[in-house]
Design a protein around this ligand. Structure first.
Ligand SMILES: Nc1ncnc2c1ncn2[C@@H]1O[C@H](COP(=O)(O)OP(=O)(O)OP(=O)(O)O)[C@@H](O)[C@H]1O
Ligand SMILES: [Mg+2]
Length: 506
């Protein structure tokens, strides 16, 4: 594609360099100089940690034929030293917007060839996105799912490096989806992505708000700033308001957001446990499944799902509202909910035929451990026990270690203290840091730094009816140790251990 075509719709301050015949032919658009190859257009912008403008020379050495910069000085310098390169200067702060516009042109505006649903909120984005994806798939629609755990491109799973990728990478994913026949895009939109304008210009058909609580305040400073970032998905700030806004009105910020979205022109689909257009009635929950009646404007339907707990009731309502907005019937919604086996690492049950429940969950903070053990407690009857395995990550906040120990001890009847990702630290030393909190609770425990052995201890401790919680690593497929990274999957290790144990018992 020609340079001129690519730059259409991009506001520039000034330009220089070759322009005859529409400028150089562009074979790629990159913002990371390490990915630049022959024929690339390199967008150099000031970011949070590095300034891309420092890498212009390197990018050109690697073959970049065009440069877009947000720096006055870098523009002048490039014009002088690299006269063969097409250069454009864009206003300071417009880098990410330009990246989005240029990448959209480069990838053939895939965002206009899909119906996009965007999810935002503090918790439940990944789970709700998986549910909506499953619902759309059960109605035979091909999808692109962009999320924290993994991306799905028309049925093919790819690992996901960030919650919301940079616009360029996001657009490439959408393009791949369009090429593979997808007609729907489902994406988690983090507040960081909204605040940084990484999704600017994306035309969301449906926007979903799950909830807003005091997380991520380290980044946003105040709840007001945090809310301001989230509302951008609903108030038209990205270019246009969504056609439909699906909003949790049990959340204190939801009601406020509904007013904002309606004023911006969106139709509102509200949901909640007691109030709203989408409600859940007569819920029955078990440790590995749940059923309830979904009440919607068009009627009611019985929903059965492998997700469980109150928070997942909310996630199901959110996904149902969005799926309904995308034109699915209540039956298709119920089918999709039943089809989803699990969200990897989110209260994921491991069933290898054992007479007790084993759950893999990525809870890796004291708060998350408290929620996880409390949820497990709801499902264990009378004499049954909650057995929790956990560890603390190395090279990360040490202050949270004793707090995690306390949370695990308080919520459990038996604890197995082990390693998470020790990284460069000594596993035994990390375990010692968690001990004071755990000891204060007086809960019985075993300490075993080898995670596989620890999982065996936890499983062997379980009696019929108990719940074993394997916390911390969730969907991760590796463990990061001092001397390297090894393949490691909690769910797989647990299933192996159980099968071996059952074999021995039989
Ligand atoms: N609707 C909800 N309300 C409150 N908590 C929830 C909700 N859904 C899930 N959770 C809790 O939050 C955890 C994370 O869920 P999920 O991965 O779906 O959220 P997320 O918004 O994608 O999070 P992240 O910001 O880490 O990507 C779950 O393990 C669960 O304990
Ligand atoms: Mg997520």
């Amino acid at each position: 594609m020609r340079y001129e075509e690519l730059m259409s719709g991009v506001a520039v301050v000034r330009r220089a360099g070759p322009s005859e015949g529409g400028g150089p032919t562009i074979r790629g658009v990159e913002y990371d100089s390490r990915r630049v190859g022959p024929g690339s257009l390199f967008i150099a912008m000031r970011g949070g940690t590095t300034d891309g403008n420092r890498y212009i020379k390197k990018a050109v050495e690697q073959g970049a034929v065009a440069v877009v910069t947000d720096s006055d000085a870098a523009f002048a310098d490039t014009v002088e030293r690299l006269p063969d390169v097409a250069v454009a200067e864009i206003p300071v702060g417009a880098g990410r917007r330009a990246l989005g516009a240029i990448a959209s042109n480069f990838f053939g505006q895939p965002e206009r060839r899909l119906k996009l649903s965007g999810l935002t909120g503090t918790n439940g984005k990944t789970t709700t996105a998986f549910l909506l994806d499953a619902m759309l798939n059960s109605a035979n629609r091909k999808t692109v799912l962009v999320g924290t755990i993994e991306n799905h491109v028309a049925g093919v799973v790819r690992p996901a490096p960030h919650t919301t990728p940079e616009s360029r990478d996001l657009l490439e994913l959408l393009r791949d989806g369009v090429d593979a026949g997808a007609t729907e895009g489902v994406m988690e939109v983090s507040s960081h992505a909204l605040a940084q304008g990484r999704v600017h210009g994306l035309p969301y058909d449906v926007a979903i708000f799950t909830n807003l609580t005091q997380d991520h305040l380290d980044y946003h400073g105040t709840m007001e700033n945090y809310f301001a970032a989230k509302r951008a998905l609903f108030d038209g700030e990205l270019g246009a308001a969504p056609r439909v806004a699906v909003i949790n009105i049990d959340d204190r910020y939801g009601a406020e957001l509904a007013v904002i979205a309606r004023e911006a022109g969106a139709e509102i689909f509200s949901y909640g446990l007691g109030a709203g257009e989408f409600r859940a009635q007569g819920a029955e929950m078990g440790a590995s499944r749940m059923r309830f009646r979904l009440a919607a404007p068009a009627g009611e339907v019985e929903v059965q799902t492998r997700l469980t707990g109150r928070v997942n009731l909310y996630n199901l309502l959110a996904a149902a509202g969005a799926a309904y907005a995308r034109g699915l019937s209540l039956e298709q919604i119920a089918e999709g909910a039943a089809a989803l086996q699990c969200v990897p690492g989110r209260f994921q049950t491991v069933d290898a035929g054992q007479p007790f429940t084993v759950v893999v969950d990525y809870a890796h903070t004291d708060d998350a451990l408290r929620n996880l053990t409390a949820l497990a407690r709801e499902f264990v009857g009378g004499k049954s026990r909650v057995i929790t395995l956990f560890g603390c990550g190395g090279d990360r906040d040490k202050a949270k270690r004793p707090k995690m120990g306390r949370a695990a001890g308080e919520g459990s009847d038996f604890v197995v203290l082990t390693s998470d990702n020790p990284r460069s630290e000594d596993p035994e030393a990390i375990m010692r840091d968690a001990l004071p909190g755990l000891l204060e609770t007086g809960t019985k425990f075993v300490a075993e730094p080898d995670r596989a052995r620890a999982i065996r201890i936890a499983v062997e401790e379980a009696r019929p009816g108990d719940i074993v919680l394997l916390a911390g690593k969730g969907h991760e497929k590796e463990q990061v140790l001092q001397h390297g990274t090894i393949p490691f999957d909690d769910a797989e290790v647990a299933a192996d251990v159980i099968r071996a144990a059952l074999g021995v018992r039989a």
